[in-house]
Design a protein around this ligand. Structure first.
Ligand code: ISL
Length: 553
């Protein structure tokens, strides 16, 4: 990964630090834990790591509530530990991108504490979104917006003199006040934060809620259409997502990164409804990548996959950006469960963490392997989420008193939240904590099946999910698939995803029955397969829920 614009073709592995590896023994993962497992990531073959937040935080939203953007939370180690990790990663040719959370800070950030102590109308308040309430005594919130985590998006403060006071906006938890991005002081501060990490040597940033920084003028009421989905459907009507002014911020950041050598990159978490809308974030003078959530939201369904892949490649290449592909992250149900057959969700559509149903684990894992084998053959850059290379399922049985996600608390247990995809990684089959922690218990309970899914258990098994990922990533590199061009193959039937990328032919079977491969392909070399192939009287069969990579020359 030394070429220029490495991010165009990279395989990027998301580490959720609190659940990756615990070195200190407190049951929470940390940066020395990351350093101690870099060899395994090098063997997996990833080009870069994206680290979810490790900065100073009271951890009300697992670190997405930052109190100091330029330091490491003691839970995760120190800045010196960060520097060691970065250097050790670079030694192994693994780049590091860090999470940046600009939409909101923690309520423990010094600026918010100053804002609370200052008067309405002060410069301290102007860094956040304070407003007077409505009603006779300001007892009603300034508008009807709801928090993404449930409940109202406004909280009323008590003024320094003890009176009931103004309200502040928080699109997420009450502990995550939104910044006012029209404020030049906020903009200057984030340029400083970017430079702080760029100077330390990071290769880029994943930008949290990159669609939310600017709110519509006048903060108009907004009532979501329940049928349109969380993003408000294809109409750009949500007054806090995707407002035009947000792009100015990223043009500014693009210029900051361009001052540095070494191809630093910005990746937008802009959860917009369509690839065309997301592509606005990756115009040539803005960010370099944007997560393709339309792809993540597509189930294991050939017609839907063909459509979203075509549409994504068109939308991103129209602005000169690479497509990205992603199946899992720390906010959604793990795809080994999401893609499983359920009565309500026959093709695994949807991403809701809140009603995963009762997936059939064998079907889920088979489809997850097949879906990953499609994804890693696509041109562009792919994101992996820690644990998917082990085929980890969503953990559904977490007792209420062990749950930690604010969504669970803010909805009184009506929405499970995202803990099920955040359960600490099993490194070994043994106690304590399946090798996650040297002592003590993992911060979320780990299920008994972690023993058979552990990395140690899988590493020597040629058919394991771990070895499938290793094979796919190394074949992807050997055949330069990230930089290739996709050419659809016709004539395989509705349930089949079939394409060529360079000299590799990829056939994925999303249907319920095996298909017989045409003779030309059957005589080729199978360079990777997500599951065992079958044989019928007439030739090689590709079973249901299986993807194969074949070269014919
Ligand atoms: O916009 C959305 C749809 O309502 C959300 O999906 C939103 O994009 C997403 O929740 C943002 O997630 C990120 O920011 C959150 C944090 O809790 C998540 O973990 C993070 O990935 C607040 O910082």
């Amino acid at each position: 990964s030394t070429g220029s614009e490495w991010w165009r073709t990279a395989v990027i592995y998301q580490i959720y630090p609190r659940s990756f590896a615990d070195n200190s023994g407190d049951g929470i993962g940390d940066l020395p834990g990351v350093t101690s497992h870099l060899d395994e990531l090098q063997q997996l073959g990833v080009d870069a790591i994206w680290l979810s937040p490790f900065q100073t935080s009271p951890q009300k939203d697992a670190g997405y509530d930052v109190a100091d953007y330029c330091d490491v939370d003691p839970l995760f180690g120190t800045l010196a530990d960060f520097d060691v990790m970065l250097a050790e990663a670079h030694t192994r040719s693994i780049r590091i991108i860090v999470d940046l959370v600009p939409n909101h800070s923690s309520d423990q950030h010094v600026w918010f504490q100053q804002a609370l102590a200052a008067a309405p109308g002060s410069t301290e308040r102007a860094r956040y979104m304070f407003r007077d309430g409505l009603g006779k005594n300001g007892e009603l919130p300034p508008n009807n917006w709801e928090s993404v985590f449930g409940g109202p998006a406004w909280t009323r403060v008590t003024e320094p003199d003890g009176s009931a006071g103004q309200w502040y906006l928080h699109l997420f938890d009450t502990s995550q006040p939104d910044f006012d991005w029209h404020n030049e002081e906020v903009r200057a501060e984030f340029r400083r934060v970017l430079r702080f990490w760029l100077d330390r040597g990071v290769d880029g940033f994943r930008v949290d809620v990159a669609h939310g920084l600017i709110k519509a003028e006048g903060l108009p009421d907004y009532t979501p259409d329940p049928d349109a989905g969380s993003m408000g459907g294809e109409e750009l009507g949500v007054p806090y997502w995707g407002q035009d002014g947000v792009h100015e911020v990223y043009r500014d950041w693009h210029a900051v990164l361009a001052e540095y050598d070494g191809d630093r990159a910005l990746c937008a978490e802009a959860w917009m409804p369509t690839p065309e809308q997301t592509a606005l974030w990756v115009r040539p003078d803005e960010m370099h990548q944007a997560f393709n959530f339309a792809y993540l939201e597509t189930g294991w369904d050939a017609a839907a996959l063909r459509a979203v892949i075509t549409r994504s490649i068109e939308a991103y290449s129209a602005v000169g950006a690479p497509s990205t592909w992603v199946l899992s992250n720390h906010d959604v149900v793990r795809h080994a469960s999401r893609l499983a057959l359920t009565a309500e969700n026959p093709q695994g559509h949807g991403i809701g963490p809140d009603s995963p149903g009762k997936p059939i684990p064998e079907v889920g894992l088979r489809r997850a392997r097949a879906a990953t084998a499609v994804m890693l053959a696509l041109p562009g850059s792919s994101y992996l989420y820690q644990g998917e290379e082990l085929g980890l399922p969503e953990v559904i049985e977490i007792p209420g008193d062990a749950r930690q996600d604010p969504t669970w608390f803010r909805t009184n247990g009506e929405r499970y939240g995202r803990d099920g995809c955040r359960v600490p990684i099993p490194w070994t089959a043994d106690a304590p904590a399946y090798g996650f922690s040297p002592t003590g218990e993992a911060w979320l309970p780990q299920p008994a099946e972690w023993a058979t899914l552990s990395r140690d258990t899988q590493v020597g098994d040629a058919d394991s999910t771990l070895n499938l990922y290793r094979t796919l990533i190394s074949a992807r590199r050997a055949h330069n698939l990230g930089a290739g061009l996709l050419e659809w193959l016709e004539g395989f039937g509705d349930d089949i995803v079939a394409f060529r990328n360079g000299n590799v032919t990829v056939i994925g079977n999303t249907g319920g029955a095996p298909i017989v491969l045409p003779e030309g392909l059957a005589q080729g070399t199978v360079i990777a397969t997500s599951g065992p192939l079958g044989f019928t009287g007439t030739g090689t069969a590709l079973p249901a829920d299986t993807t194969v990579w074949i070269t014919t020359d």
